[in-house]
Design a protein around this ligand. Structure first.
Ligand code: GLU
Length: 447
């Protein structure tokens, strides 16, 4: 790292001392882009400082009343990280773990994720420390409305376009969009993405996160002259990302044999590969119980309480749950079990040490969420495009565009790694390619 980068990094460590997730993602990014930071303009324009701080950030209170008439107050946030290449764009997460540090880390990741989709979207993230677990539909709807009454003034089709994330699926996007429309009096379709198909949503948007990850994996396999046919995949989580991975992996001949939740993991040796199983995953998600054991009861497979799926032998590991879900001992297991592909679905799923171990292992090929996890937002941008032209593409058209986008992200990542003499380091390659694109956009637009 050159002196300038070191200074930026030290300053950040001070100003964000109480934001562990945020520091973790930025520090790892600084390390990745280091080989590409020799251009003197970066220091002259203090570009790196401007890239590791959000342009702006809002926090607000969301008071709401539960079904028993009791008032609760949650904290809501929106970080508008970067508008360098388009309107702010990114998801909303409703989960008790949401803090300013978590939304900043998500907004940062989103900015660099969005940059290589080839579509003009900046980066943002938001959410609330609301726990949807055990809440009734009416309570969740009221919370979404309360959240939107605070958020609506900051968003809009050309300003900032939220979407879903953990705890926010198409059901919540519907309630958020309904509230936005009431309060603004405008049916402004692309003020939110992830909408239902009857009111401006895009086909394949629900599937896109997981499909995109598998398309990216398919390119890595191709590079090794392999295919998904007959491969075993271990997947964590059971939400939207995992659901899409199961479906596309099955379509391409692979088999997802695990799913996990906060309660443990299930092992399904036949694979999560039938419509009934996919539908059951959606049902588990909307039950609000946040447990995966129900799958084992329903399909008569093993459930391992309190454990993570990384101990199961497989060819491919796809973490799809949440940040820092995979620690050093898990990475050791993956390597010991001869897992050969590690492809991130969730944002920053590995701890710093675990990721280092995986990247440095010659036995395993790695892809980071900023590349392999960008399918969801890519189709969100396609949703915005369709809304803008008041048109709706067919499933085949959207799926094909998604595949092409994931493929071009793969190509850009591989080419940048090659250009900087980093071999087949797709994580560094992706970070460098996105960094170069955003920095060029920022330089072109002046201070
Ligand atoms: N939270 C999603 C992601 O990580 C969706 C963002 C979006 O569609 O705007 O990419």
């Amino acid at each position: 790292m050159n002196d300038y980068i070191t200074r930026v990094s030290e300053r950040l460590a001070k100003t964000c001392a109480h934001e562990p997730e945020y520091l973790q993602c930025v520090h790892s990014w600084l390390e990745m882009i280091a080989p590409a930071t020799e251009d003197p303009r970066y220091e002259k324009l203090d570009l790196i400082t401007r890239m590791v701080e959000p342009e702006r950030m809002f926090s607000f209170l969301i008071p709401w009343v539960d079904d028993n008439g009791v008032t609760h107050t949650n904290h809501g946030y929106r970080v508008q990280f970067s508008s360098a290449i388009g309107p702010y764009k990114g998801g909303l997460r409703f989960h008790p773990s949401v803090t300013p540090s978590v939304v900043k880390f998500l907004g940062f990741e989103q900015t660099y994720k969005n940059a290589l989709t080839g579509l003009p979207i900046g980066g943002a993230a938001g959410g609330a420390d609301f726990d949807p677990r055990g809440k009734s539909n009416r309570e969740i709807m009221r919370f979404c409305q309360g959240f939107m009454y605070a958020l609506y003034r900051y968003i809009g089709a050309d300003t900032d376009v939220p979407a879903g994330d953990i705890g926010v699926g198409s059901r919540e996007v519907g309630w958020l969009y309904g509230a936005y429309k009431k309060v603004t009096g405008r049916a402004e379709s692309s003020a939110l993405t992830g909408k239902g198909l009857t009111y401006g949503g895009s086909r394949i948007r629900q599937e896109a996160a997981g499909f995109g990850t598998v398309y990216f994996l398919a390119r890595m396999l191709e590079h090794q002259k392999e295919t998904l046919e007959g491969k075993r995949l271990i997947v964590s989580g059971f939400g939207n990302m995992s659901w899409g991975v199961c479906r596309k992996a099955a379509e391409l001949g692979g088999r997802v044999v695990t799913l996990s939740g906060p309660d443990g993991y299930i092992y399904d040796p036949d694979g999560v590969n039938t419509q009934e199983k996919y539908d059951f995953m959606v049902q588990m998600r909307y039950s609000g119980e946040d447990r995966v054991e129900a799958y084992a009861d329903r399909f008569g497979v093993e459930f391992y309480a309190g454990k993570k799926p990384w101990e199961v032998p497989a060819d491919v590991a796809v973490p799809c749950a949440t940040q820092n879900e995979l620690a050093v001992d898990d990475a050791v297991l993956l390597i010991a079990n001869n897992v050969r592909y590690y492809v991130e679905g969730a944002n920053m799923p590995a701890t710093t040490e675990a990721l280092k171990l995986l990247r440095l292992s010659p036995k395993i090929l790695t892809a980071g969420a900023k590349a392999s996890g960008s399918g969801g937002v890519a189709v969100s941008a396609l949703e915005m495009a369709q809304n803008a032209i008041r048109y709706s593409w067919s499933r085949r058209e959207v799926d094909e565009k998604l595949r092409a986008i994931m493929s071009s992200i793969y190509d850009a990542s591989a080419a940048a790694a090659e250009e900087y003499g980093l071999g087949y380091d797709l994580i560094a390659g992706n970070d460098i390619a996105a960094f170069k694109k955003i920095s060029e956009a920022m330089i072109a637009q002046g201070l």
